[in-house]
Design a protein around this ligand. Structure first.
Ligand code: NAD
Length: 329
């Protein structure tokens, strides 16, 4: 099948070509889809977007007119696609339901440990010849209470790691996971979890009902000095409220791999550019905040699985087979 791979980077090309092995006609472009660029899909019955492609109502209507029938997403999350409109237009949307939950869970842990033990500061200090320990004091993870919000595949993978480190696990999910309960995770209402957790990590999808799940009121419930980690989706946190909580010195540390307004910013090099997003720039000024550019998923194993599943999705669609990666309303 002829498929346009949008927002593609050299690593996408390498892994998708290896998985495809000549079965489908894959054309790669670094163009990110939006209403102005969607014309690039002319003549492609299938499009393979990433999380920064904007597939809202307007773009989907343009794609449908251009003849696109299939969207094979290179992601688990599909909040960047207006699924209702795609369904109305008779477009099939397939995703990568699961690749490596370990990739994201391990990155969440990396953010926790870096912030806790101040590895990012130590790296710079030592290079400048400062071998003082002042300012680098951390805490034992062992025995700490960690709240995991969203205990599906990634939340469970993180729970298993933290269980091994001797942490006390609290969970919040609309559908509690028995495998997490077996580890001793105690499910609590969201507000109680926030009040009791020294570290909170977010692992649930961005949906209308989870948009700004952590607003000013809920952020204020966290104990003073608590750490917040978000490797899920930026919109789960009200960033303006988060900045207020940081300015008041209520939160101890924040690790963000995702950002509410990342679509125009992330996966691009702005070294010689002026970033005009003042909220983003403000986040970078806090000494106790680490921002990374949506890299949690970025391991060799994850890229291999994303590529293999994407090719499988294309093949299944071509051969009229349904599979569990189809997203419907
Ligand atoms: P999953 O579907 O296995 O788990 C999500 C969990 O969230 C489920 O247990 C579900 O019951 C729960 N949930 C859904 N709606 C909820 C609500 N309203 N309130 C409380 N809980 C709710 O998904 P996963 O594979 O663990 O991925 C979780 C999220 O991680 C994805 O949706 C995606 O946004 C994000 N993600 C980020 C990256 C990255 O690179 N930063 C990579 C992969 C996934």
């Amino acid at each position: 099948m002829r498929c346009l791979v949008t927002s593609s980077r050299p690593y996408d090309q390498e892994y998708l070509n290896a998985a495809n092995n000549g079965r489908h006609e894959l054309i790669f472009t670094d163009v990110t889809l939006n209403a102005k660029t969607a014309f690039v899909a002319q003549g492609f019955p299938a499009v393979c977007p990433f999380v920064d492609d904007r597939l809202d109502q307007e773009v989907l209507h343009i794609l449908a007119k251009l003849g696109t029938k299939l969207l094979v997403l290179r992601s688990t999350g599909y909040n960047h696609v207006d699924i209702a409109t795609a369904t109305q237009l008779g477009m099939t949307v397939m995703r990568v339901r699961e690749y490596s939950p370990y990739a994201v869970a391990e990155f969440a842990l990396a953010l926790m440990l870096t912030l806790n033990r101040k590895v990012h500061k130590a790296y710079n200090q030592v290079r400048e010849g400062n071998l003082l320990l002042d300012g680098l004091l951390g805490f034992d993870m062992h025995g700490k209470t960690i709240g995991i919000i969203g205990t599906g595949k990634i939340g469970l993978a993180l729970a298993r790691i933290l269980h091994g480190m001797g942490c006390r696990l609290l969970g919040y999910d609309i559908s509690p996971n028995p495998a997490a309960q077996e580890l001793g995770m105690l499910y609590l209402p969201l507000e109680e979890l926030l009040q009791q957790s020294q570290i909170v990590s977010l692992h649930l999808p961005l949906l209308p009902e989870t948009q700004h799940l952590l607003n000013a009121e809920r952020l204020a419930l966290l104990p003073k000095g608590a750490m917040l980690i978000n490797t899920s989706r930026g919109g789960l946190i009200d960033t303006a409220a988060l900045i207020g909580t940081l300015k008041s010195r209520h939160l101890g540390a924040v690790g963000l791999d995702v950002y509410e307004e990342e679509a125009e910013l992330y996966f691009r090099d702005h070294c010689d550019d002026i970033i005009c997003d003042d909220t983003f720039e403000r986040l970078l000024t806090f000494p106790n905040v680490i921002v990374t550019g949506h890299q949690s998923f970025f391991t060799r194993e994850a890229l291999q699985t994303i590529a293999a599943t994407t090719i499988e999705n294309l093949t299944d669609y071509c051969e009229g087979r349904s599979n569990h990666n189809i997203v419907s309303t």
